[in-house]
Design a protein around this ligand. Structure first.
Ligand code: SF4
Length: 145
């Protein structure tokens, strides 16, 4: 039977694309390749930001780096690229990194750069949800499997 394709945050697959130049490989996520075709995305890189980069958080309806630089356009471009990839590969599900200002779903950092969380979605998670794609984080794998 043909495997279903799902979007996955590239950092969970071991790609060193995080703001600090590291990755967050998750063995249970990588194992999902037995069941799904995993389509990696990194919206921040796809939106034109370098790695490593200054960390960003959503502040109101903008996305700012901790030094105040406005990177909203980069985040939106990365979200559009993720949606385009979802359409290309007919993905109805995305498994995205929790709490990220791009990929987070349900809870994200609150814009104070203090580690505090608030309810909300990352820019990419939000756009994907609005287009009917079901989002899970790596902390909700039990719901996906
Ligand atoms: Fe990972 Fe998403 Fe951040 Fe890229 S934008 S490093 S995929 S959490």
């Amino acid at each position: 039977m043909k495997k279903e394709a799902i979007l996955v945050s590239a950092c969970l697959l071991g790609v060193c694309c995080r703001y600090d130049g590291a990755s967050k490989p998750n063995a249970d996520v990588i194992k999902l390749r037995e069941r799904y075709v995993l389509i990696p995305i990194c919206p921040e890189v796809d939106g034109g930001l370098p790695t490593p980069r200054t960390p960003s958080e959503q502040v109101g309806d903008r996305v700012l780096m901790s030094d105040g630089k406005d990177v909203t356009d980069n985040f939106r471009a990365g979200a559009e690229a993720a949606l385009e990839r979802a359409k290309t590969f007919s993905c109805n599900i995305a498994l995205l990194k929790a709490r990220s200002p791009s990929c987070g779903s349900g809870m994200i950092y609150d814009g104070s750069f203090s580690g505090r969380l608030t309810e909300g979605n990352g820019v990419t998670a939000d756009l994907l949800k609005k287009n009917g794609i079901t989002i899970y984080t790596e902390e909700e794998l039990d719901k996906l499997i």
